[in-house]
Structures are given as C-alpha cells and as structure tokens.
Design a protein around this ligand. Sequence first.
Ligand code: SF4
Ligand code: SF4
Length: 181
Amino acid sequence: MISNIERCYQCGQCTSVCPMGEQEQTYRIRRFLQMEKLGLETEESMVVPFIFYCTTCYKCQDNCPQGVNLVDAVLAIREKAVHKGKMLEAHKKVGQMLINYGHAVPTNTDAMEKRGLLGLEERPPTVQASIEGLSEIKTLMRLTGFDKLVAESEVEEQLTENAAMVQQADFTQQQVAEEKA
Ligand code: SF4
Ligand code: SF4
C-alpha cells in the first residue's frame, strides 16, 4: 500500500479542488486512490495519459481532511505505470534526450548559432559538451535500466542519428581547432 492512503474515506474533497479535474472530467484523483487502495492495478487505474495529468500542485493534499499524502501516492502510481511500460511517447523522447545529451532539453542548432554570433562556445560548458560526462550519463542510465525503460525503436533511431550528427560536428570542431593550433 502506498503511503497513508488507507486513511482516505472517499469524501471527494481532493477531486473537487483539483485543477486538472476541472479541465478533464475523466481525471478523478479520488478514484485513482480508491483503486490503489483496493489493490486494483488494472488497466483503468494506470490509464495513460490520465495518470500523468497531475501537475503536483498539492491542492488536493492541502485540502484533505485526513492528511492523506496524495501527491506521493500519485507519483508512486505513476512509477508503477512506467515500470509496466505505460508512459507517453513524449516521456520516452525526453528520456532519450537525457541519455544522448545529458539534458532533457539540449542546446539546439539555433541556440548554437546564436551563441557563435555572440562569440561564445557553441555549447555551454555542461555535460552536453563533455564526452567523458556524457559517457558517465550513459553508463548510469544503462546500469539503472533507464535506457530500456525509455527505449522506443523509432525515437531511438532518430536520436541515434542526431547523436551521430552531433559527434560528427564535435569531431569537425576539434579538427578545426587542431588545425588552428
Ligand atoms: S480529500 Fe482525502 S479523504 Fe477525501 S477523498 Fe481525497 S484523499 Fe480521501
Ligand atoms: S496535486 Fe495533482 S491531483 Fe492533486 S490537486 Fe494538484 S493536479 Fe490535482
């Protein structure tokens, strides 16, 4: 059982204050909790994308008369869903970005060009610019199994292609630097 959800007596206060519930009628935090409480790990309890609608704003938790740790519960339900392969394609893409560039949002070509015009290095001195750092990230992701969790053939192919392009650009940059030296 997750956290202290056994305290929930289904009053519905959490659902009534949830901003996501207002936007999306099918998102009912109380229902998720009830299913989890009953141990019903059905397709319905982990239905994508609903379980990912929560913005972790804590409004439900702040208003719960029973002091239920709702946000912890949501995150735990999500975690279980992800380990069952239930996640959005966008999540996988972000995960792949992290593996390939060390950033969920890496410096793109446009930003690199602008940095160049400003006389800056194309990439800021973060892990994205460090072959060693990136290698460590990949090792961590492999050892934790995160790479398999977010693997998706089509995305993987595209990102591998992008990574190869970035590596080629790095190599060219290095060659130019060496020639100048
Ligand atoms: S507000 Fe608290 S007690 Fe009421 S339904 Fe939500 S989690 Fe349960
Ligand atoms: S934390 Fe999530 S479930 Fe709770 S009110 Fe905010 S959006 Fe709704």
